[in-house]
Design a protein around this ligand. Structure first.
Ligand code: PBG
Length: 329
């Protein structure tokens, strides 16, 4: 062994922060981040979500303010979830032109202009009294094709109120095609679809069901959301959605499914999003609160990892804070 050994020294490029920055293979920017936001009808003040410290069910006014802050921090977009005052069997508040999301969309369209992308989650679970993502048959099962008609109608209500991108998240077969046809038939061919193509039946959604008040009153979502055991099925879902007219595709959750993000990234040439869900948020916040991890470093590492796995866009409840940290760095 010569005195020179080792000749190859990867550590040379890790020596200073300037070197590390120059050779970084993955970059995270505010525009890569999308902020999910909750707006609740009929409340006077924003309500904190207990299992998601720092996240609120907003009033229309407090949402406007928070959306403005997000846009100012440079986030790529925001995605709205609505919690109506009254729920019923068919989720009629979801496509009411005066429903909470539609009103909020109209507020935001005038406030935000082109400073960030305004998106909506398109599903029924926040609007139905039974908490399922669709309408039910007499036997209490989700009626896939009747649900598609509801989704088409919600798509029109959201598009008419000013949403630029719709995110169907109910995992009904044919949902992207039904929404695309409805939009195109009503002169909304410019409204884009971010399909929740790959959505697992995940325990990581727990805190969200508090935030959106949408826990199913009976049963679960395993008949339509994917089995965490499956990977190949995800590619089939993605290809079907692209065939039906999806403009972008999403994988959800993110952190426990980074292998799926990579497989999807390698298979398609449309933008890929990944949703860092409520449970991922809650775990990091809880561990940080106990002083067991460095909160900011863990947040930024989790987001960088989503980008490194191949996602162009990360949906994260930390979007505004992370965008500010990135601007400071
Ligand atoms: C359905 C929807 C859910 C989430 C986003 N859209 C809940 C579900 O499928 O049960 C979860 C998001 C999160 O956990 O952060 N409208």
């Amino acid at each position: 062994m010569s005195a020179q050994f080792p000749v190859a020294r990867p550590r040379r490029l890790r020596r200073t922060s300037a070197l590390r920055r120059m050779v970084a293979e993955t970059r995270l920017a505010p525009a890569d981040l999308v902020l999910p936001m909750f707006v609740k009808e009929g409340i006077a003040d924003p309500q904190p979500v207990a299992s998601m410290p720092g996240v609120f069910q907003h009033t229309r006014d407090s949402l406007r303010k928070a959306a403005h802050e997000a846009a100012e921090a440079g986030v790529g977009g925001i995605i709205l979830f609505g919690i109506p005052a009254v729920k019923d069997g068919t989720g009629s508040a979801a496509d009411d032109p005066d429903g909470i999301v539609q009103r909020t969309l109209r507020d935001l369209a005038s406030d935000l202009g082109d400073s960030t992308v305004i998106m909506t989650d398109l599903c029924l679970d926040e609007y139905t009294d039974h908490g399922h993502c669709g309408v039910l048959t007499g036997a209490g099962e989700i009626d896939n094709d009747a649900t598609l008609e509801r989704y088409a109608s919600i798509a029109l209500a959201q598009a008419e109120a000013g949403a630029a991108v719709l995110g169907p998240s109910g995992m009904m077969d044919g949902q992207v095609g039904a929404i695309r046809a409805a939009l195109d038939g009503a002169g909304h061919s410019d409204v884009a679809i971010l399909a929740y193509s790959v959505k697992y039946a995940s325990a990581y959604y727990g805190p969200f069901r508090d935030a959106a008040e949408c826990a199913p009153q009976f049963g679960d979502r395993a008949s339509h959301q994917q089995d965490p055991a499956n990977a190949g099925e995800s590619l089939r879902e993605v290809l079907l959605d692209l065939d039906e007219g999806a403009d972008m595709v999403m994988v959800k959750p993110a952190g426990a499914y980074l292998d799926i993000v990579r497989r999807v990234r390698d298979a398609v040439d449309v933008p890929v999003a990944a949703y860092q869900v409520s449970g991922e948020y809650a775990m990091i916040e809880a561990a940080a609160e106990k002083g067991w991890i460095d909160r900011e470093r863990t947040i930024m590492e989790s987001l960088l990892s989503i980008r490194r796995a191949g996602a162009d866009i990360a949906l994260t409840y930390w979007a505004t804070e992370a965008a500010r940290l990135l601007r400071r760095a």
